[in-house]
Design a protein. Sequence first.
Lengths: 244, 109
Amino acid sequence: MTGAAQEARLEVEVWRGGETGHFQSFVLARRAHQTVLDVVTEIQREHDATLSYRFACRVGMCGSCAMVVNGRPRWTCRTRVSEVIAEGNRLRLEPLRNFTIVKDLAVEMTQFFDKWKQAKGFFEPGAQPAADFAVVRPATPQRQAADAGIECIGCGVCYSACDVVAWDKDYLGPAALNRAWTLVNDVRDCGNAERLDAVSQSNGCQACHTHMSCTQFCPKAIEPTYAISGLKRAVLSRALRGGS
Amino acid sequence: MSALLFLAQRATAVVLAFAVAVHLGTILYAVRGGLTAADILARTHGNLWFLIFYGLFVVAVAIHAPIGLRNVMREWTRWRGRTLDIALALFALLLLGLGLRAVIAVFVS
């Protein structure tokens, strides 16, 4: 086999099974501009139709195709193989860490989204509807703080990267806390007292160790670590003013 | 962790950063001239500044350490809830008792 032919091969190890299982090896052609999701799809269509994985939009909007690729959590539809493999031709694909594995590369997301609810990560309009439209100027610090975290697609990459979630399964996690922070900065929202209570329990923002893995790996370049720091300040400020 | 526990741990960390530096600096200074234990006790006996400084040191430790230990226990074991909080409150009292006993013993001896 020539050197060029060897380079054109891609050796892929894919996790098969649930919490227990094994890696299965596949050999594929390596193509220019190939994404990791292309590789998984090719395996499922051409090599083994029983492989389970999750995707929908293929363009980085839906947040459903995240996996651990060569040890790091990534959105696979927007990750080219050439970005992941600096040298050699090996790819190792695993399900996201810190989630229960359904099968192969598909994980159970229920706990992840339940924690968004626990963190009051939903808009609270108050008892009465607003009398008029709220005017929110884009240049205000609150609007800018909300803007910084609003593009989250719920892919679970930050949750997979977070060491605190690995240690403490009850920890709310970066995505839920980031969502809570965007709402703390939403001037229309009426649920901040309950929200700040919710995020300052033992499993809340103060448990963050500021490792910044969430910020490093977020595919949307959101910085949940700063959102969590903002929540710590807001909670502390409220406590010093006499809130719980 | 509640906001007040978080605040207590951070505030006592500030006190300890200062107190540990003074404590270590004092030790280094005191042993340079070859002071004996009796010499040191002679200086600490009845010294109100010593009593206040080390009293504050012990109180800060008794607050800071159990809160940190609570976090460690939550992250590395499955122990949670009221029993953990009670155990660590007792640990805080133990640190406070042993620490103040030592400070008072050196102050009055």
